[in-house]
Design a protein around this ligand. Structure first.
Ligand SMILES: Nc1ncnc2c1ncn2[C@@H]1O[C@H](COP(=O)(O)OP(=O)(O)OP(=O)(O)O)[C@@H](O)[C@H]1O
Ligand SMILES: [Mg+2]
Length: 264
């Protein structure tokens, strides 16, 4: 049974998409059947893993509207499969918002993959729209990328408020594995203070500290993740550490009684 990991933060530009692409590349290389899901109409993940949104026939938007979702899956150079997005997802998300049970949308979307893939990684848009809520509602675990500054710190608080609501209403099993510090500029005193405060204030571990590196944007422009394009970089090493840590947490969870239904 596949595990669903969501990477989310309501704050924009904190490396959600970069983190999803990196986790996918590491896990696929390690032989896990890995599916990436682009839930952002900007389709940045789709681009970042080397797929032109204009060239795909079926996207997440059509799948939400009832096209067979397995027909939307495409291969990527780094290895994982991808459910691509395009601008059309903005309209589809509005439609989902009018469904009787919008929060069930992502669990329903992923149901055909439950026995086919080992791990699903979902990239969310920087908003609290119906699809972000549905992603949390259909997930086993959440990873929160944050920038190591005071605004990034505040944003984590906002995500956790949303998690509380989702747990209370539809998905009590949702686990927050921790935060990933992203684009960290050296070990400044401010960054150190902000990161040191995360376990205390939020009760969450800092799963990895990813340094800022120009190679991250360069590799995304070539449709590759930092872990395949620049495997010797510090950023790649940090993402490999993150991937093994998250996987450990997910597998540890497998000792618990399995969830019997994928939907709320
Ligand atoms: N470690 C890093 N070093 C340098 N640049 C980075 C790093 N991680 C991400 N970036 C760059 O920062 C920008 C934002 O990253 P990304 O698109 O992953 O963020 P996001 O949270 O998904 O953004 P959005 O909220 O718009 O979806 C991109 O240009 C990306 O290449
Ligand atoms: Mg993004």
């Amino acid at each position: 049974v596949s595990r669903v990991v969501v990477v989310a933060n309501l704050k924009g530009g904190v490396a959600k998409t970069t983190t999803v692409a990196a986790l996918g590349a590491v896990w696929a290389r390690d032989g896990l059947r890995t599916l990436l899901v682009d839930l952002d109409a900007q389709a940045c993940l789709t681009y970042a893993v080397g797929v032109d949104p204009d060239s795909v026939d079926v996207t997440v938007a059509e799948a939400l509207r009832g096209s067979p979702v397995t027909g939307a899956v495409v291969d990527t150079s780094d290895g994982p499969w991808l459910l691509p997005s395009d601008l059309d997802l903005a309209g589809a998300e509005e439609e989902v918002g009018r469904w009787p049970k919008p929060h069930a949308a992502v669990a329903e979307l992923l149901a055909p993959f439950v026995d086919v893939v080992d791990v699903v990684v979902v990239d969310c848009s920087p908003s609290l729209g119906p699809l972000t809520v549905a992603a949390l509602a259909g997930a086993d675990a959440l990873v929160v990328p944050m920038t190591a500054d005071i605004l990034g710190h505040r944003a984590v608080g906002h995500v956790l408020e949303t998690v509380d609501q989702v747990r209370r209403s539809v998905n009590p099993q949702l686990r927050v594995l921790g935060v990933v510090a992203t684009m960290v500029d050296g070990r400044t005193a401010h960054a150190r203070e902000v990161l040191a405060d995360v376990p205390e204030r939020f009760g969450l571990p800092v799963l990895a500290v990813v340094p800022r590196s120009v190679r991250v944007a360069e590799s995304a422009a070539r449709g590759r993740s930092i872990v395949t394009a620049a495997p010797r970089s510090h950023a790649a090493a940090a993402y490999r550490g993150l991937a093994s840590r998250v996987l450990q947490d997910l597998v540890g969870e497998a000792d618990d009684p399995p969830r019997t239904s994928s939907g709320p």
